[in-house]
Design a binder for this molecule. Structure first.
Ligand SMILES: [Zn+2]
Length: 82
């Protein structure tokens, strides 16, 4: 969900989960919980050629979303966390 309220660095002050509408606020420029941001630029052989779709899901909505997949998501473990 687009949000035009931005901080002094031009970054959004908050994000809203497109599925449930819950607002996740930033504190000191950092989201207080992680979210899943998806952006897709549709191309040839789609009915949306030239459109760019984007949405945000909170972790709970992401978990519900992927639970409906016939093939599970690929999960890898990051070897070096900073
Ligand atoms: Zn949500």
């Amino acid at each position: 969900m687009r949000n035009y309220e931005r901080d002094s660095y031009g970054e959004p002050r908050k994000v809203t989960c497109n599925q449930c509408g819950r607002v996740i606020v930033k504190q000191n420029g950092i989201l207080r919980e992680d979210v899943c941001c998806i952006q897709k630029k549709w191309g040839y052989f789609s009915k949306k050629d030239g459109e760019i779709h984007s949405f945000v899901l909170c972790e709970a909505c992401y978990d519900r979303f992927i639970k409906g997949f016939q093939v599970p998501v690929t999960i890898e473990t990051e070897t070096e966390l900073m």
